[in-house]
Write a protein that binds this ligand. Structure first.
Ligand code: NAP
Length: 272
């Protein structure tokens, strides 16, 4: 029987998820479809009712619903309860179960490239929703220490507090106070700076060679942050790698078979 999946959010027309999942359906000859469905802020409850009525098989959740969606779940995977946000939902005869695949999606490029995280010192730029999943990922992989730098210091401090509760040595600072970078092994941009082609959120002049520099902004693919890091000899990880990682994990939750990574990657890079 044909199955239907969706991504919900607002705005949603720019979403690359329909391309990625449709490519996987074609590759594996699955009788499935995947649509982008706009649900404005404040209309989530009705939107979810509508999806249940059409017997949606599963859906992804993006901005602005990742946290509010928690209220409408019947069950929760531990990734979801730990992070406090949901990006993937299964629908088993009206029973909605939530997962957060951003954490494993973030870790996917480290696993693929065999890059170690344990005992490493981290600088994380940003303290929004994505940063929270990233902190959980670093805790899972036993990072040594994490400094969280954000424009709003209070949010950096709150996230540092959360990091401590899950076992990380952490501190929060104002992003404008980031200066010497020699002490960090991994630097991640989880702010939205770069989306509008802005220049790098911090100066990368003082990074040591072979620092891992990861930008989770995926559009444009080559942000100024990553271009500068590359010039400095850093090992870089693109935002699309995380996007692909979270989609692969969601696919495997829904379909119970290995996702066709290369077909999904081709669809994504062709669409950027
Ligand atoms: N690759 C992927 O799979 C993936 C997954 C999730 C998200 N993302 C991307 O990650 C980015 C963040 O997403 P999110 O969900 O965490 O968003 P969010 O919750 O809205 O957080 C945005 C973050 O960016 C900071 N920020 C925004 N504008 C800034 C500016 N002009 N100067 C300094 N800091 C600024 C905010 O600082 P304040 O706290 O001071 O406002 C906050 O830390 C987005 O670009 C999103 O597309 C990528």
């Amino acid at each position: 029987m044909s199955k239907t999946f969706a991504v919900i959010g607002d705005p949603i027309d720019h979403s690359l998820s329909p391309n990625i999942h449709s490519a996987a359906f074609r590759e594996l000859n699955l009788d499935c479809s995947y649509i982008a469905y706009r649900i404005p802020k404040g209309e989530l409850k009705d939107g979810i009712e509508g999806l249940k009525k059409i017997k949606i098989d599963g859906f992804n959740v993006t901005i602005p619903h990742k946290v509010e969606m928690m209220k409408y779940l019947d069950k929760m995977d531990e990734s979801c309860s730990l992070i406090g946000a949901v990006n993937t939902v299964t629908n088993d005869h009206g029973v909605l179960k939530g997962y957060n695949t951003d954490m494993d999606g973030f870790l996917d490029p480290f696993n693929k490239k065999k890059l170690r995280i344990n005992e490493k010192k981290i600088l994380l730029l940003g303290a929004g929703g994505a940063a929270r999943a990233i902190v959980a990922a670093f805790a899972k992989k036993n990072a040594k220490q994490i400094t969280i730098a954000n424009r709003t210091l209070e949010k950096a401090n709150n996230l540092a507090q959360f990091s401590k509760t899950i076992g990380l040595d952490a501190n929060g600072i104002d992003i404008s106070n980031v200066d010497k970078l020699e002490g960090y092994d991994i630097i991640v941009n989880a702010t939205s700076i770069g989306l509008k082609n802005e220049s790098s959120p911090i100066s990368l002049d003082s990074i040591k060679p072979n620092t891992i520099v990861y930008d989770i902004v995926y559009m444009p693919m080559n942000t100024d942050f990553l271009k500068t890091a590359k010039e400095k000899g850093a090992t870089i990880i693109y935002g699309y790698e995380m996007l692909l990682g979270q989609a692969v994990r969601a696919f495997e939750i829904w379909h119970g078979v290995e996702a066709p990574y290369n077909a999904m990657k081709k669809a994504l890079l062709g669409g950027v």
